[in-house]
Design a protein around this ligand. Structure first.
Ligand SMILES: [Zn+2]
Length: 263
């Protein structure tokens, strides 16, 4: 069994409420050694920390506000995030960033919430868990304004093109790859790109319950993704990089340990 680390799973999602322990048991059986639970809102970040505290040495948490919820980001949110990131179970600031694909919040609100969370990372010294969709130019502007003050940062669920990947690597950002790479319609380009990512910058994630790999055989009857499918993502990344899956498993694990400072 190859130990793997899922750096992004939305385990506070309501779809996991009924069978949470079984989901964790299946993940362990599939070799998932640690899971970083994504915090994507004020309430969600609080819940992620509670999960991490209930499952020490298995679950870790991030604390942040997703760009979809940027319109709700106020001084109370900022104070709460600053309190949460002080907890040892919280290993990163985020999910934060920009999403101009769905535009659930206006661009100006997204940029402001993003910059306030970049400031939190600069102040607390923890790594950043970043989201970017259809907002590459503005995202890079924010990163460039803060790069000297922040430390490690991962662009989670990277789905962009070659120039976007190179721009991220130029800025010394880490890259998270999900089962998007298994999608023959919209993820095929990633198979040509993942080989460009140095092993010490590459990590893998499921983004569960979203992004169920499209090429799973047999297809589960439900559409819910789970951390147990991380080995499937790892195999797809290994095939695209042209390396043995054991190598991808070991290097992404080592990179995640170093990135998040896991014990
Ligand atoms: Zn995201």
């Amino acid at each position: 069994m190859m130990p793997l680390i899922d750096i992004g799973a939305n385990l506070t999602h309501e779809s996991f409420r009924a069978d949470f322990d079984a989901v964790l048991a299946r993940a362990r059986d599939a070799g998932v050694e640690r899971i970083v639970v994504t915090g994507a809102s004020a309430a969600g970040s609080r819940a992620a920390l509670a999960l991490a505290r209930a499952h020490p040495d298995y679950l870790h948490a991030t604390a942040g506000v997703h760009p979809h919820h940027a319109i709700d980001y106020d001084d109370a949110t900022d104070a709460l995030l600053r309190e949460l990131v002080a907890a040892p179970e919280v290993v990163a600031v985020g999910e934060t960033g920009l999403d101009y694909h769905r535009n659930h919040s206006p661009h100006a609100a997204q940029v402001e919430a993003f910059e306030r969370q970049l400031a939190i990372a600069a102040d607390c010294g923890k790594p950043l868990f970043l989201h970017q969709r259809d907002a590459h130019a503005d995202f890079l502007s924010c990163i460039d304004r803060w790069r000297a003050r922040i430390g490690r940062a991962v662009v989670h669920c990277f789905t962009g093109e070659r120039d976007e990947l190179l721009a991220c690597l130029d800025r010394d950002l880490h890259i998270g790859i999900t089962g998007w790479i298994c999608d023959e319609r919209r993820g095929a380009h990633l198979r040509d790109l993942v080989g460009l990512i140095p092993a010490d910058r590459l990590m893998i994630e499921t983004d569960a319950p979203y992004l169920l790999p499209r090429d799973l055989v047999p297809k589960p009857s439900h559409r819910r993704n789970e951390p147990m499918y991380l080995a499937h993502v790892c195999a797809a990344v290994a095939a695209a990089r042209g390396e043995p899956v054991e190598v991808t498993a070991a290097t992404t694990r080592a990179t995640a340990h170093a990135f998040f400072g896991l014990g």
